[in-house]
Design a protein around this ligand. Sequence first.
Ligand code: FAD
Length: 416
Amino acid sequence: MKCIAIIGGGISGLTVLHYLKQRLGDTVEITLFEREASVGGTIRSFKNGPCLFEWGPNGFLDNQPATLELIKELGLTDQLIETQPTARRRYIQIKENLHAVPTTPLDLIQTPLLPLKDKWSLITGIFKKNTPKDCSINDYVSRRFSPRIAQTLVDPFISGIYAGDIKRLHMASAFPKFRRKSRMRSFRGGMGQIIEALDNRYQKHIQTNSEIIGDSSLLFDATIVATPAYAAAKIVENLNPGLSCLLEQIPYAPIAVAGLLFKQDSFKKKPDGFGYLVPSQANKDILGVLIESNVYANRARGEQVMMRVMMGGAHHPAIINDDKEQVIARAIREIDSVYGLSAAPLETFVKLWPKAIPQYEVNYPHWRRSIADQCAKTPGLYLCANYLDGISFNDCINNAKTLALSAGLLSSQSMR
Ligand SMILES: Cc1cc2nc3c(=O)[nH]c(=O)nc-3n(C[C@H](O)[C@H](O)[C@H](O)COP(=O)(O)OP(=O)(O)OC[C@H]3O[C@@H](n4cnc5c(N)ncnc54)[C@H](O)[C@@H]3O)c2cc1C
């Protein structure tokens, strides 16, 4: 019987497993190898009594059909939840003050975030549709709209996704595509619920505590490497040194995530809305603050507030040298400076990601083509993870499904 290996049990690897099983049934032996004791990779939800801490993503937009189909196939559609009306307002922090992100034309006219000149460049920019996108996000937005719009509105928004630097990220590759009107969603039990469902369904095909190093993949007819790029570089080192060299080049931004649970009466100023983002020009190591219990129902008891403070990113990589106590202390100082604290948190959580998010920098299109060329030289070897063609939960599912169902992967010629 032919054998397929999937290396890496994040959402990418698990989705490949799901669709390969759906397509091939038991005609091929498929095994997923995961380095850690449990699958999920960047996705995990910790439930502690009534409060829930996400160590990675806290949601996804419901505009990607592949994600909604996978959720349906796993019987999780009735577990979907959407953001609460209390999360409608989002803020940007300028000089320690929170300003609402303008969402309507009237908001835009009235916002103190931009002077009149830049409001006007927002209007004129709408008509500059042919501005070239083969440049950094900063260059594109500055040319089409204005440098201030790039720094004040776009920089914090991109920081919230990539924890990255808009002067280095490639516009056409990194800027999110807005398909249609969408809502942010999660599951009743947090994002970890979809991982649990996949894990339960495919348990007999999953081997945890199994770090794959080097040439073990040669033993399989086809191998899908669904690990981060730096881990994939080691796996393919002997098989395809040129590919390995390319995989080592993709930079990652670090993130420290602190979760804090407070009693509602611990604040002088009530934490309002979704939370806030911090532009990089503030030169703070805080990327943003999410008021999780405003975003989704049941993330804390009624009289409690659950928050996450995101820190570090491409501008502040040193955050990863802090220990967990220092990260919590920084997070508390930030919350105190904005909302005024009269009491310590009831619970704290920390997750440090030294290599959190791959950065699609300005050379990304060239790098991506070289990766495809190198992969073609090693039949039976496939790459699938968030450093290729999109970092979001939705992108990972869509790309993994496309790979698993592609004729190339299933044809006998492509298998050794
Ligand atoms: C803090 C944070 C917040 C985020 N928030 C959002 C959000 O709100 N919305 C959104 O859409 N996206 C968000 N993302 C991005 C999204 O979560 C990730 O891009 C996605 O989950 C990555 O999935 P993956 O399977 O490609 O990789 P990973 O999740 O990194 O999984 C790779 C797996 O490979 C395993 N592995 C590594 N080396 C080996 C080896 N040698 N052998 C075997 N196994 C190995 C790892 O242990 C891991 O389980 C966030 C990411 C982070 C870090």
